[in-house]
Design a protein. Sequence first.
Length: 283
Amino acid sequence: MGERSKIEWTDSTFNPWVGCTKLLRARGAPSACDFCYAEKWAKRSGQVGWGDQPRRRTTESYWRNPAIWNAQAPSFQRRSKRRQRVFCASLADVFDNQVDAQWRADLFHVIRSCDQLDWQLLTKRPQNIRKMLPSDWGEGYPNVWIGTTAEDAESYQQRVPYLLETPARVHFVSYEPALGPLAELEIDGSRPHWLIIGGESGVRSDLIRLTDPHWARDAIAECRRLGMAAFLKQWGTYRNNPYVVETGHSVEQAMEIDPPENGKGGGKLDGRLWREFPATANS
């Protein structure tokens, strides 16, 4: 649960608690939760059970980290020319039904207090967002981005309407792992501000479900059409990388052209990195 994050689209991670339950999909459809990296971390660490096991709140000293980052914000902004982004929560779900409501209230108090940080709240349970927001949410806190996951078109159509009906400065979707094409990104005339794209990683090579580069290419083209920001995080494995899949390079050759520093499995598409952020975000 490090303060500095290796995730390409954020700066720091903050986990107010740890633990979650996998989401299963109807008719045996593949789920982004199937090979959950957070569950693997929990098993290795032994700090918390998974599924219906009680969530574990992190320590009070750990909870003081955001206040420290907030105090250091002027220095960060001078150095980076932007605000610090905090992903909450990488090892849990802010809008989890099984979390103590007081814990969530405490978290939103921290978020309000640390107003020089941009908080990125990502959930697999967007249907819970509105009923679990604080009473003073109004049109959204100016320092909070809210997102949901979507691994294919069906999950996008099911989850994103709940996201878009929630007032927020930034709406975003994490299309990771990409397990199928997304098709249309606009729903009833509305669309998110930001799309994160990524292939599956952190799984044995014989279990990884592959991402077709055309899915990412089509999603980015749709972002261009709708004025959304597109962020291709990684391919997850070089078996997905278009230099291997589409142009016949070996993995070794692809690693030279598109090194792992660009993301697991590389991160280039059509010769460039796609690392855009929403224009509506705080500067």
